[in-house]
Design a protein around this ligand. Sequence first.
Ligand SMILES: [Zn+2]
Length: 455
Amino acid sequence: MRPMISVVMGLALGACEPVPAKPATDDGLEPLEAFEGADELDEPLQPPDTVPDGVQIPWVGPAVPGLAGETNTVTVSQVVPGNRIFLLLAPEGGTFLTPDCGLTLDLDDPELLGIVEGDGVGVATFDFEVELADADRDLVFQAVDLESCVVSAPSRVSFKDPGPGPTTTTPGTTGSTTQPGTTTTPGTIPPAGDPVACYPGDREVYDVCVTLTPAGSQGSDYAYPSSSSSNYQAPTAYLWVDDIPGSVLVAPNFRRDELAQDWKGDWAVVQVHAVERLQDLRDDLGAITVNSGYRSPDYNASVGGATLSRHMYGDAFDMALVSGSLSSLESGCYAQGAGFVSVYVSHVHCDWRDDQQEDAFYGAGSPPPPLPTGQVVSGRVPVPSVRVEAVGRLLTAPVLEGFECGEPLREWVAYGADGQVIGEGTGATYEAPAGASEVSVTVGRVVEARLALSP
Ligand SMILES: [Zn+2]
């Protein structure tokens, strides 16, 4: 085993100054002295609230092949081209101070794996040896850019022991990491350890991978309603929201904090295939504002969400186009295979409730989805419903169930005694024209109700 590298004492807090890079040692490891001035603190410092303009939080991808006793490769993306990136590895739980900027790392006595410049597309690629003695330990990567004063979120890793005999390495199928670029079934569980979800990331190479936490410790805010439907079962694992910093792009045009926010739940479910459909929508229709993604059951109840709101299951988004109509977003969602779409005055709700639930969040062999009926409304869970109420000729259409917070779009049609259309309108209320004998209202473009009017 490599002798423990001593930490250079002597705190150097000050402006960001370039740190001289030293040549790599023979085994690819850098002496920690290159991280001059680093020190350990009793308490973490408050990180800067903002990152400089044009700088993103670096993202540490998974280790490939994720085996101890071999050379592993890790890519750090979203870095500033030309900046030197430090990659460190350690057990989690320390408070390690960087030489400049006053950043603290969640690392305990880290080892510096290398210093690599970001390339032209903002990626730094590290190759380093992992000792067999490090097999099956819970370790954490963090990447630091001292020139921009930004640090990545901790990225958990456990290098697997390749075992006795000749090693046959199948990249991406060992260890609790997944190889970027080869994730054909996003969100699937690796052979051992806790489940991992890999998001497309800014380059769509599925390098934004996070280890999920099994259900059980999330508390009373995560009491899911019981349902007999296979696609409405409680998750078996959750994403700890802060494991992906808010500004990290989980898809080319969507940051994590657009799809899951900590005030809507510290734990979240964000199914990878739903993120892919969202990006497809964006590619089809242009910029999209996402108003709502994941909601914990407690948060969903507090904002008047539907009892079985898909926002609790990680495949629903409330959206509007930055430039374009709600109707074009509605048809765009259907074109992307959405299982349910409803139109509100300010946004469109789209979800993928009929898709297979991802193993990473719902367990291996989660039940197949119910058979879609091909109908917009019938056979779904829950079935939206409304009724029409009249006071004289003034009509309203209160919703009974199946709708969310927000004002659903109500479209009214009035019919004369001969069945001909004699009036139309939209809005929360509608005044039936004289001579109307029947009025229909379509609510959210998903459910229709009718009421016969006395002449
Ligand atoms: Zn919604």
